[in-house]
Design a protein around this ligand. Structure first.
Ligand code: APR
Length: 244
């Protein structure tokens, strides 16, 4: 009788275990199923806890990375005024105040072609010129920068021949080329304010308004340098930046 009772108990234990289908017990009576169920639930709890800890670490880390990247992005987006020769700047791209032929000239155009060497003219010959307000990019040859973005500013005729819109378009299209080519440092001369006689202060307002549009929208990510050839030009920009 006693033997029958023990067997019955073991049978119940097996059925109980089998109903949660932990192990294939067909034809075998495993004497340790209850302790194994306990071990299993401890294991599941432990796994759940560890998974939860790992998940929290991943979330915290991703927030940290996102904020750091955002901070760097905000930190990098900047505009700087400098006085000097644009051909000496070690930046991704310098902008050339060219003419419609793109075949060189005086002023900053002449300085860039002289410093870059004959290879620049050869490449410019293949571009077929450039309309006023538009921009085209070439290699930089012997210059320390990586690229040259040639843009053609408007000649000043008193301001009633779309000069402001055309000048803004020079900065706009040059910034767009920089964005499309993932450039993160670009230097502008004071376009149209030399031979083309654009009033310096009006030109500076248009330049800053257009550049800030690209910086604020996040379309451009990097540094913008206004490379003035004279201290007087730089003071116009510095005064405007202080009042914005
Ligand atoms: N680095 C930086 N800025 C310079 C440099 C230089 N090496 N040389 C001149 N500049 C400045 C001038 O002082 C001016 O403020 O560039 C600005 C633009 O003057 P220009 O070069 O005369 O250009 P722009 O007024 O746009 O006239 C373009 O002049 O050189 C020709 O072929 C060019 O026909 C085009 C016309």
């Amino acid at each position: 009788m006693i033997i029958r009772k023990i067997t019955l108990m073991k049978m119940k234990a097996v059925i109980a275990t089998d109903s949660i289908s932990l192990l294939p017990l067909r034809g075998r009576h495993h004497p340790f199923t209850r302790p194994r169920a306990a071990t299993l639930s401890v294991a599941i709890t432990a796994y759940t806890f560890i998974f939860g800890v790992i998940l929290r670490i991943v979330i915290i880390f991703s927030i940290f990375v996102k904020n750091t990247w955002f901070f760097m992005k905000v930190k990098e987006n900047s505009i700087r005024i400098t006085v000097g020769d644009i051909t000496r700047l070690h930046v991704d791209a310098i902008v050339n105040a060219a003419n419609n032929t793109l075949l060189g000239g005086g002023g900053v155009d002449g300085a860039i072609h002289r410093a870059a060497g004959p290879g620049l003219l050869e490449e410019c010959r293949t571009l077929g010129g450039c309309p006023t307000g538009k921009s085209k990019m070439t290699s930089a040859y012997n210059l320390p920068c990586r690229k040259i973005i040639h843009t053609v500013g408007p000649v000043w005729h008193g301001g009633s021949h779309d000069e402001p819109e055309l000048l803004a378009s020079c900065y706009d299209t040059a910034m767009k080329i920089a964005e499309d080519n993932f450039l993160t440092s670009i230097a502008f001369p004071c376009i149209s304010t030399g031979v083309y006689r654009y009033p310096k202060r009006e030109a500076a307002v248009i330049a800053l308004e257009t550049i800030f549009k690209h910086l604020d929208s996040g379309a451009y990510n990097g540094e913008v340098i206004i490379c003035c050839f004279t201290r007087q030009d730089a003071e116009i920009y510095e005064e405007l930046l202080e009042t914005t």
